[in-house]
Design a protein around this ligand. Structure first.
Ligand SMILES: [Zn+2]
Length: 264
């Protein structure tokens, strides 16, 4: 049982370590981060997902007849996927799908900074500016917004009105970008993030991740391709790039996103 490794012992009430994952579209939580979310839940970490858009720019639209119908369907699919992945809390924001590069960055970072200060995660996962495996510009932008929010949640001079409303600054300890030691042939990955961290999630969790992805029934035409690209190529491992840490240190190879993380 590795469960207790992440719990506080002693007389104090048990406080959970927290992992926050910031994504762009409903289905990213499963396709990109699903095995990792499952693994850390199994290790007693509280996992949360914030998704920037409801995915209404998708080519695959199921039976929906309007953006509103598609948004409602994709929000429901996201909820079903998060439940299968044992995610404690999950939320879809209302930023415009396909246009995160033209969205008001100040408001987007404000929204994520607020959530960092509310959720108070120890570790944050998101996409890097390469767009994480698919090269999707929305992925890149979600990662840029999350990176700024990671930094600014700890600074009292950023979004001070949140502090006046009762929130307090929060410094998360580690920020990771999705990474891989391969590129997909049909995608424009220009310069991928280096792999610093290989998380062994195992074949069983890869199956469950696939099952979570399949909750996104409007995206059914993608199922086989995603399984082939991500599930099989990864070989039971999800890879990340350790982008920044709260405490200065040299980069080293890791197998655990919570290595060196301290409870507080
Ligand atoms: Zn996506």
């Amino acid at each position: 049982m590795v469960f207790h490794k992440y719990m506080l012992g002693g007389d104090r009430p048990k406080t959970m370590l927290k992992l926050l994952c910031v994504t762009a579209h409903p289905d990213d939580e499963a396709g990109a981060f699903g095995g990792t979310l499952l693994l850390y839940h199994d290790r007693g970490v509280e996992t949360q997902v914030v998704c920037m858009t409801a995915g209404t720019a998708a080519r695959n639209r199921g039976s929906s007849r309007s953006n509103e119908e598609l948004a409602a369907m994709r929000r429901a699919e996201f909820a079903a996927s998060c439940k299968l992945l044992n995610v404690s809390q999950y939320e879809v924001l209302d930023y415009p799908d396909g246009e995160l590069d033209r969205t008001d960055y100040y408001r987007a970072v404000e929204d994520l900074t607020r959530r960092m200060r509310q959720i108070r995660p120890h570790v944050v996962l998101t996409f890097g500016p390469d767009g994480g495996l698919t090269g999707h510009v929305d992925h890149a932008m979600a990662g840029v917004f999350a990176t700024l929010a990671f930094e600014w949640a700890g600074r009292p001079d950023r979004y001070p009105e949140q502090l006046e409303q009762g929130l307090t600054p929060h410094r998360a300890q580690k920020l990771y970008y999705l990474a891989a030691d391969f590129v997909l042939p049909d995608r424009q990955i220009i310069a991928p993030a280096t792999v610093t961290t290989r998380v062994e999630v195992g074949a069983e969790r890869f199956e469950k991740k696939d099952e979570a992805f399949r909750q996104h029934t409007t995206q059914a035409p993608l199922f086989e391709r995603v399984k082939k690209n991500l599930g099989q190529r990864g070989g039971g491992v999800e890879m990340y790039h350790l982008a920044v840490t709260r405490d200065p240190r040299e980069a080293k190879h890791e197998a655990d996103l919570f290595e060196g993380v301290v409870e507080e």
